[in-house]
Design a protein around this ligand. Structure first.
Ligand code: ADP
Ligand code: AMP
Length: 217
């Protein structure tokens, strides 16, 4: 299955992506994770992307599109994938359609995680991520036993630079201006299904998998 997760920053895309990708047995492709790996390795791409990410702006389409084109060409993505955080603009979505058309395939479904702004702010403010295994924690909603240590792998937990209050506000503006138009874009293609992404993580996963099942996933 070829699936896209869409929703505001903090909606729970990364959290749900892990479960949904395992359920579908497809790779999870997160452009945020790929960009952060480039930033921490100090690559040219990472140095270019960092200033946009730190400001809470979207990284320019050209950079992200080339990155995704390369990733989708890897063998594990041939039979399906779950995209988390891409596309985030209409030009990215158009480019994705044309990349897939060149391969003779298309997206099966776009799953929208619906959460209001107040909840998103609560979720982003308490988010912690493991440097070792990438597991996403929350200091209030899914707290680790020790504030700095991942219970899954013992790795160090960190707070993302872009989860500061002033950056969060800009990311929400970017979402409303540039990403929310994808809802109409995919709605018009008949590929959009929205689910309520509030409540316990496990409940959201059940709603997501039910939605996929009704579309053959
Ligand atoms: P996104 O990838 O959409 O930015 P994340 O998956 O990183 O969002 O989730 C943002 C924060 O919210 C994380 O700290 C995560 O632990 C927490 N979170 C995710 N889903 C839920 C939920 N259903 N209820 C409460 N907190 C959640
Ligand atoms: P995320 O981990 O998905 O919250 O992404 C973190 C940051 O990476 C975003 O705020 C953007 O600066 C950048 N980013 C991730 N994916 C994209 C994308 N598809 N287009 C542009 N910028 C992106």
């Amino acid at each position: 299955m070829r699936l896209v997760l869409v929703g505001p920053p903090g909606a729970g895309k990364g959290t749900q992506a892990e479960f949904i990708a395992a359920h579908l047995a497809v790779p999870k492709i997160s452009t945020g994770d790929i960009l952060r790996a480039n930033v921490s390795q100090g690559t040219a791409l990472g140095r270019e992307a960092k200033r946009y990410m730190d400001a809470g702006d979207l990284v320019p389409d050209k950079i992200v599109i080339n990155m995704v084109r390369d990733r989708l060409a890897e063998p594990d993505a041939t039979d399906g994938f779950l995209l988390d955080g891409f596309p985030r603009t209409v030009p990215q979505a158009q480019e994705l359609d044309s990349m897939l058309a060149d391969l003779g395939v298309g997206l099966d479904l776009v799953l929208e995680l619906i959460v209001d702004d107040d909840e998103v702010i609560r979720r982003l403010s308490g988010r912690r991520t493991c440097r070792g295994c990438g597991k996403i924690w929350h200091m209030e909603f899914d707290p680790p036993t020790h504030p700095d240590v991942c219970d899954r792998c013992g790795g160090e937990l960190f707070q993302r630079d872009d989860d500061r209050p002033e950056t969060i506000a800009n990311r929400l503006r970017e979402y409303a201006d540039k990403t929310a138009p994808l809802i109409d874009f995919y709605g018009a293609q008949g590929k959009l299904v929205g689910i309520d992404a509030t409540g316990p993580v496990e409940d959201v996963t059940v709603r997501a998998i039910d939605a996929l099942r009704s579309y053959g996933g």
